[in-house]
Design a protein around this ligand. Structure first.
Ligand code: CAA
Length: 261
C-alpha cells in the first residue's frame, strides 16, 4: 500500500502492520521546516488512530537522513517571535506518539536531524551515517532535545565534545557510544529496520507499549521508583490476554500469536 501525493514532504508506504515514512524534501536535504514537521506528525497521528500499525520506520535517502531544522525559515525570526510561537514545541506531539518509532539513518543526521533520530525509540544506522549537533556554528544551541537526549544517551563527556565543537560523529563511534543500536551496510539498512519493525509489530501491543514506557521511565525516575514501576507493570500484565497467550504458547511448544491483542 502506498500513497503518492504531489509535493508530499513525507512519503508513506504501509506493509502489513509497519508504516515506512520517508522524508521527501530532497532539495533542502530534508531540513525540518514547519510544513514537513506538521505533515510528519499529522500522518503518524492519523495512522495511529485509524489503522493497525504496530511500528513506524522513519528514514531519509541514501545521502541524507535530515540536515536539521530549516535555517532559512528560522533566520529572520526575533526572540519574541520564537517565544510567542514556542518554536519547536509541536515536536512534543511527535514524542507523544505511542507506537514505536525506528529511525533508519544513512548519511547526514545533523542538528534537528540527529534530534529527530533521538526522538525515535531506536536508531539503526548505515555505515555512511554521520551524526552531529552543529548548532554552535550557527551561534545557537540544539533546540529539539540535543543537549538533553544526547547527554542521557552517550554521557556528558561525549555530549560536551559534540555540542561544543559541532564535530561529526561517524556510525561506528555512534554505535560504540550507545547512540545507535546497530550498524548495517547502507544497502541492507532499510531491510533490517523493516524486519525489526515487523518483529515488533507482531508482539502484544500492550506489552510493547508498557516495555517502552518502562524504559522511558528509567530516564525520569530514581532507581527504586523505576524498579517499582517495572514490577507493578509486570504484575498488571497478568491481567492481559497477551500474557495468557505468550505463556500458553511456550508450554504448548508453539509460536505465540498476539495478532488479536
Ligand atoms: N536548513 C535549510 N536549508 C538547508 C539546510 C538546513 N538545515 N541544510 C541544507 N540546506 C539547503 C542548502 O541551503 C542548499 O540549498 P540551496 O540549494 O538553495 O543553496 C541545499 O539544502 C543543499 O545544501 P548544500 O548545498 O549545503 O549541500 P552540501 O552537500 O554542500 O552540504 C551539508 C551538505 C553539510 C549537510 C550542509 O548542507 C550543511 O551543513 N547543512 C546545515 C547543517 C546544520 O547546520 N544543521 C543544523 C540546523 S539548526 C538546528 O537543527 C537547530 C535545532 O537544534 C533544531
Amino acid at each position: 500500500e502506498e500513497t503518492f501525493e504531489a509535493n508530499a514532504n513525507v512519503r508513506v508506504e504501509i506493509t502489513g502492520k509497519v508504516a515506512l515514512l520517508t522524508l521527501n524534501r530532497d532539495q533542502a536535504l530534508n531540513a525540518l521546516n514547519s510544513a514537513l514537521m506538521q505533515e510528519l506528525i499529522a500522518k503518524m497521528q492519523q495512522l495511529e488512530a485509524n489503522s493497525d500499525i504496530g511500528c513506524f520506520v522513519i528514514t531519509g535517502n541514501s545521502r541524507v537522513f535530515c540536515a536539521g531544522a530549516d535555517i532559512k525559515e528560522m533566520q529572520s525570526k526575533s526572540c519574541q517571535q520564537m517565544l510567542a510561537e514556542d518554536y519547536f514545541s509541536p515536536w512534543e506531539r511527535f514524542t507523544a506518539i505511542k507506537t514505536p518509532k525506528i529511525a533508519a539513518v544513512c548519511g547526514y543526521a545533523l542538528g534537528g536531524g540527529c534530534e529527530l533520530a533521538m526522538m525515535c525509540d531506536l536508531i539503526y544506522a548505515g555505515e555512511s551515517a554521520v551524526f552531529a549537533q552543529p548548532e554552535i556554528n550557527l551561534g545557537v544551541i540544539p533546540g529539539i532535545g540535543g543537549t538533553q537526549r544526547l547527554t542521557r544517551s552517550i554521557g556528558k563527556a561525549k555530549a560536551m565534545d559534540l555540542i561544543l565543537t559541532g564535530r561529526y560523529m561517524a556510525a561506528s563511534e555512534a554505535e560504540q557510544s550507545g547512540l545507535v543500536a546497530r550498524v548495517f551496510t547502507d544497502e541492507t539498512l532499510l531491510e533490517e529496520a523493516l524486519f525489526a519493525a515487523q518483529s515488533i509489530s507482531e508482539k502484544g501491543r500492550l506489552s510493547v507499549a508498557l516495555a517502552k514506557e518502562a524504559i522511558e521511565q528509567s530516564m525520569e525516575l530514581p532507581l527504586t521508583q523505576g524498579l517499582l514501576f517495572e514490577r507493578r507493570v509486570f504484575h498488571s500484565l497478568f491481567a492481559s490476554e497477551a500474557q495468557q497467550e505468550g505463556m500458553a504458547a511456550f508450554i504448548e511448544k508453539r509460536r505465540p500469536s498476539f495478532t488479536q491483542f
